[in-house]
Write a protein that binds this ligand. Structure first.
Ligand SMILES: Cc1ncc(COP(=O)(O)O)c(C=O)c1O
Length: 384
């Protein structure tokens, strides 16, 4: 008996619907092969797409900064928490994204909250893709601006809202590579619309940063559209193999966030060593053409093999490839059987994805070998 039994009842309810979540402890650094308990597993659900989370140069940069600046920042950025590595990282990110300035946050989630709670204001409208990440949805819900959603190619619906004179300013917010489906936003079309109606475009490059574009800045860079994005958001916790999030835009946007964003003002600054590590990662990413090419090659190869097995990979065109199963229980079972056979592929269920679309979310790393991918497909073919 516990005074919290009311929570247990709810947890039991989740279990009955195959929606209960629990933690798995990894006992090694993040690499394509990790150790869990006494067994090795080939990891196919990491967002460390360029395999940088255990990179020796980045670790050395973090160690050097830790020796110099210590283990923590000890205050918020506006008190005594701003250290040289934060500024150096922000300058490097601004330059990479061809913006006037950038600002780093402790996480990508906080970055989305900060931007959408602070920049769009009362009387404004935030237009969201229905499948935008939870951090974007949560941020829009907690903003004083109103929000509406659209489905990926519902351009007439977007246009209807943009044309409305009910709102002061209008902000379209989209991921560039969608985190659960691995498809791309229609950036060129969204830019056309935002220009036509004098709106703003905010793009979260969380899953494209590092992986796409000549210098790894993301999908907008790949498409030659970086200049057209008004506010770029991304994380340092996926391809950069570190942690944190950032925003890059006009200097007045960054100055405004420094002065107004509660997620910036009322939290301790990221550890300087973390920013030093991220700066090193950014330098590696700029020159990681070969890693990007290998990542794409791995993704194209796996997607084709999964399709040949008759599996539903949805709309994926990137290094994120869902295998859509539908039923929660079946998805969990397949994930469990894969685990027993040495593959770690997590089952993604509602509310992360829509009911009836439970899936294995396979994510590739540039250092996955052809043999590891072949072996995953062979096992999936046997147990599907
Ligand atoms: C599109 C998108 N934005 C933001 C985030 C949050 O980033 P972080 O994990 O750094 O908080 C994620 C993933 O977690 C994401 O997929």
């Amino acid at each position: 008996m516990s005074q919290f039994d009311f929570l247990k009842d709810e947890l039991n309810g989740l279990k009955q619907k195959d929606l209960l979540r629990s933690l798995i402890c990894v006992e090694s650094a993040t690499e394509p092969v990790i150790r869990i308990g006494n067994a090795e597993k080939v990891l196919f659900c990491s967002n460390d797409y360029l395999n940088l989370a255990n990179n020796s140069q980045i670790i050395a940069a973090a160690k050097e900064a830790m020796d110099k600046f210590g283990s923590g920042s000890a205050a918020s950025r506006l008190i005594s928490g701003t250290a040289k590595p934060h500024i150096e990282l922000e300058n490097a990110l601004a330059k990479m994204f061809k913006k006037q300035a950038a600002l780093v946050f402790p996480s990508g989630y906080m970055t989305n909250l900060a931007v959408l709670q602070t920049i769009p204001q009362k009387g404004d409208l935030i237009l969201l893709d229905k499948l935008d990440h939870a951090s974007i949805i949560d941020a829009a819900k907690s903003s004083e601006a109103e929000f509406r959603t659209y489905q990926r190619t519902q351009f007439d619906r977007i246009e209807k809202f943009l044309a409305s004179d009910e709102y002061n300013r209008k902000f379209i917010v989209t991921e560039s590579v969608f985190s659960m489906d691995g498809d791309f936003a229609q950036l060129a079309k969204l830019i056309e619309l935002k220009k036509k109606y004098n709106a703003y475009l905010i793009v979260d490059e969380a899953h494209a940063f590092g992986c796409m574009g000549a210098t790894g800045a993301g999908l907008a860079e790949e498409l030659g559209l970086l200049d057209e994005i008004d506010i770029v958001i991304a994380t340092l916790s996926k391809s950069a193999g570190c942690s944190g999030g950032f925003v890059a835009s006009d200097k007045c946007v960054i100055d405004y966030l420094i002065n107004k964003a509660r997620q910036f003002i009322y939290t301790t600054a990221p550890a300087p060593a973390n920013s030093a590590a991220a700066l090193c990662a950014v330098e590696i990413i700029k020159n990681a053409k070969d890693k990007r090419a290998k990542l794409k090659q791995n993704a194209d190869y796996l997607r084709e093999k999964l399709k040949n097995l008759g599996l539903d990979t949805g709309a994926s065109t990137s290094h994120i490839i869902p295998v859509i199963i539908g039923d929660n229980k079946k998805t969990l079972e397949i994930s469990k059987r894969l685990f027993e056979k040495g593959f770690f592929v997590v089952a993604i269920r509602p509310p992360t994805v829509a009911p009836g679309t439970a899936r294995l979310r396979i994510s590739l790393q540039c250092d996955h070998t052809k043999e590891q991918i072949d072996s995953l497909c062979q096992t999936l073919g046997e147990i599907k």
